[in-house]
Design a protein around this ligand. Structure first.
Ligand SMILES: CC(C)(COP(=O)(O)OP(=O)(O)OC[C@H]1O[C@@H](n2cnc3c(N)ncnc32)[C@H](O)[C@@H]1OP(=O)(O)O)[C@@H](O)C(=O)NCCC(=O)NCCS
Length: 145
C-alpha cells in the first residue's frame, strides 16, 4: 500500500484500496510480486524497501496483469521492466501461453509495454471513469510468451 499510495495519481482513479487488494489476494489465483530498490523480486512479506509491485491474476493458459506501479523516486531505472519480465517468467512456469493487460488510453506506460512485445488487441471507448467524472478509453494488450 506504500507503493500504491505514491505511484498512482488520484486524478486517474486507478489505485486500489487496501480492502480491494486484500480481497483480491484471498483469491487462490491472484498474487503480487514486489520489487525492491535494488531490483530484487520478493514475495510481499519478505520485501525490504518496496519500490514497486505487480498484481497478477492467473487463469488456465493465460495470465493478466491487474496493476503495476513503481514509486516515483525509483522510476526509470528498469524496475517496471523487471516486474514485467518476472510476470512473464511466472506465467511460463504455470504453462500459460498468453499474457494480457489493460490501461487507460493516454498512459505513457504504453511504450514500456510495446517495448516488451505487447500488442494492442482491443479498444473500449469511455471505459474508465476519472475522479472528475469524465471518461477515458481503455486499451487492451496481449502478448504470446
Ligand atoms: C509504468 C511504471 C510502472 C513504469 O515503472 P518504471 O520503473 O519507471 O519502468 P522502467 O524504468 O522499467 O521503464 C521506463 C519506461 O516506461 C515508460 N514510461 C512509463 N511511464 C512513463 C512516464 N510517466 N513518463 C515517461 N515514460 C514512461 C518509458 O517507455 C520508459 O522508458 P525509458 O526509460 O526508456 O524512457 C511507472 O511509471 C508507474 O508506476 N506509473 C504510474 C502507475 C501506472 O500508470 N501504472 C500502469 C497502469 S496500471
Amino acid at each position: 500500500m506504500l507503493v500504491m499510495d505514491e505511484a498512482f495519481d488520484p486524478h486517474w482513479g486507478e489505485a486500489w484500496t487496501r480492502a480491494q487488494v486484500a480481497s483480491s489476494l484471498t483469491m487462490p489465483h491472484t498474487y503480487a510480486l514486489v520489487v525492491d530498490s535494488e531490483g530484487r523480486i520478493d514475495r510481499p512479506a519478505d520485501a525490504r524497501e518496496p519500490a514497486g509491485f505487480a498484481l497478477i491474476r492467473s487463469a488456465p493458459g493465460e495470465e493478466e496483469l491487474l496493476l503495476i506501479g513503481v514509486r516515483p523516486r525509483f522510476r526509470k531505472r528498469g524496475l517496471g521492466r523487471i516486474l514485467l519480465e518476472s510476470f512473464f517468467t511466472q506465467a511460463r512456469k504455470k504453462k500459460a501461453d498468453r499474457v494480457f493487460l489493460e490501461m487507460r488510453a493516454n498512459n505513457p506506460a504504453r511504450s514500456l509495454y510495446t517495448s516488451l512485445g505487447f500488442e494492442q488487441i482491443g479498444h473500449r471507448p469511455d471505459y474508465y471513469r476519472l475522479s472528475d467524472g469524465s471518461r477515458i478509453d481503455a486499451i487492451t494488450f496481449g502478448k504470446s510468451i
